[in-house]
Ligand binder design. Sequence first.
Ligand code: ZEM
Length: 295
Amino acid sequence: SAIQASKAAVKLTPTKEDYQKVYNTIAHILDEAGEYDDGSFGPVVVRLAWHASGTYDKTTGTGGSNYATMRFEPESLHAANNGLHVGRELMEKVKQQYPWISYGDLWTLAGVAAIQEMAGPKIPWRPGRIDGVASNVTPDGRLPDATQGAQHIRDIFYRMGFNDQEIVALIGAHALGRCHSDRSGFEGPWTFSPTTFTNDFYKLLFEEKWVWKKWSGPKQLQDKKTGTLMMLPTDYVLTQDKSFKKYAKAYADDQDLFFKDFSAAFAKLLELGVPSQQFVASEPWILQTLEEQKA
Ligand code: ZEM
C-alpha cells in the first residue's frame, strides 16, 4: 500500500546494524585528519561528546546529551566550547549521510567510536536522544574551569551525579589530545601518544616531576625532564587531594581497572539528561571496532 511504501522510505526504527554503519562512517572520518593535530579527529570528537553531556544538572534535570543544544547560540559560543566547531562540522558530514539520526545520538556515538578506535575500552551505548530547540540551551559555567581546585571539580561533577572515583576515571581521557592556545589558552599534550587511549595520564602525573611553565599564558604545569608535556591545574589536583589521589594512583598502577571504570563512567556521562523511556533498547549495545569487523 501507499502507507507501507512511505514507511519504507522513512527509516522508522533503525536497528543496531544501522547504528554500526554510522559508527563505521564516523570511524573512517576520524582517520581522515591529515596534518590536523596529531593526525586524528578522535580527541576533539571525544571532547565534543563530553561537553554535549557534561552540562547536566541533576537537580533541575536540565542539560545533558538529549537535545544537542551546543548547536545553538549562545552555547556554541561559550568559551569552554571553543574549537568544538571542528567536531560539529565533521559530524555534519555524517548527518547528511544518515539524516534519521539525532544530533545527540550522533555526537555521543562519535565519542564512543573515537574511544574504541583509539584502542580504548568498549563503551556501552544506545540511541534515543532527540533534537531540542534553542530555548533548551544551558547557561554558561556548567563545564569545569581548568584553573580551579578540588572544590570546584567536586561542585561541577557532583552536580552531574558523579562521585570522586568516577571524576578521576573521567579525567583520564586527558591521555588523548592536546590543549590549543587559540582555543582554551593552554598549550600542549598530556602524553607522548595523544591518539591512543592509555592510562599514561596517571602514570605521568606520578612519575614525572611537574613544574610551573614560565610563560605569559594561563598557569599550567610542564614535565621537568622534556618540557614537552603539560598538566592543567585541575589535573595536578588529582595528585594533591587525598580522595582523588587514591583513585589516580590505582589507575596509574592498573590499566585494566582504569579501562573498566572509564567505560562505566563515560557510558553514564553520555546518557545524562536522557529520559529513560526515550531509549530504544533496554540494555546498551556494544558496537564493534573496524578492526573486529575485518575478521
Ligand atoms: Zn578536558 N580539556 N577537561 N576532559 N579534554 C581539554 C581538552 C580535552 C578540562 C579542561 O579544561 C580541558 C574532561 C575533563 C576536563 C578532553 C576530554 C575530557 C582542554 C584543552 C581543556 C582546557 C582544550 C583546547 O585547548 O583545545 C577540565 C578542567 C576537566 C575537568 C576538571 C573529561 C571528563 C573528558 C572526557 C571524558 C579531551 C579528549 C581533550 C582534547 C581535545 C583535543 O582537541 O585534543
